[in-house]
Design a protein around this ligand. Sequence first.
Ligand code: CP
Ligand code: NVA
Length: 308
Amino acid sequence: MRHLLSLADLSSQEIWKIIDLAVELKGEWKRGGNEPILRGKTLGMLFQKPSLRTRVSFEMAMIHLGGQALYLSPNEVQLGQRESVADVARVLSRYVDGIMARVFAHAHLEELAAFSRVPVINGLSDYSHPCQALADLLTILEKKGRLSGLRLAYVGDGNNVATSLLFGGTKVGMEVALATPPGYEITEEVENLATAFAAESGGRVILTYDPQEAVAGADVIYTDTWTSMGQEAEMSRRLEVFPPYQVNEALVAASGNPDVIVMHCLPAHRGQEITDEVADGPHSVLFDQAENRLHAQKAVLALLLGGR
Ligand code: CP
Ligand code: NVA
């Protein structure tokens, strides 16, 4: 494993290796601190979009492991505008030991990886958000004690987060039910990949337009913003289409599972895709989930930057 661009590129064993190491590093950190296994290592963090969790959790992960991170704002590098993506990769990878990038076009990540001498990590693209899904799998494992055989219902936009959850979930044998409005489905390519992963792992992919159907019997209910970064021009249209897909108390009850957990990658648009009652309610694990970005990414960094 040289880069982390999509969970579709990882085997289920590799995903488990990351999760197991995340559990270990989290335990170590909770007991007082991590060993400085990335001492002297640096991570360049390229952002084309805003961030709270990704920026801070990657930076703190590097610090906790004895390394350093460098934040490069959208205005500074101007990926593909001030200079070509390939040249950014060629230059930046002479200075740092790893690159984490948050981009609009996934093709730019692939280009960075193609021209970089050091590992490239996807910190969110229009296609996928693998670091989020790894933290989510860690969270589900902690809350439920297992992954295989669980039913995860994702309700909302068939976006980057849905794509990574579908890949990650089906790789580890979960049943992933997606309820999106018509016109906002995941792509056929993603569906085909996930269906193949599920066939191999004993998992399952269920695609529906009906949120009640998706959540029935769910162990996990997951949602994300209706309008992702870069789609702002579509917001008013989306606000008309998506309200039936809101995760509210009635939808949580429709799971029929008193122990169902509710997840959201954040930032949340309270009153839109999720209500306050649910986000702050007894089923919510939103902030444990956000914390786990730190632990899951420590594992990714340790494996890719050579600490493990
Ligand atoms: N979930 C997530 O990636 O959050 P940020 O956009 O704040 O990094
Ligand atoms: N789907 C959202 C996730 C934000 C973390 C977006 O791309 O904006």
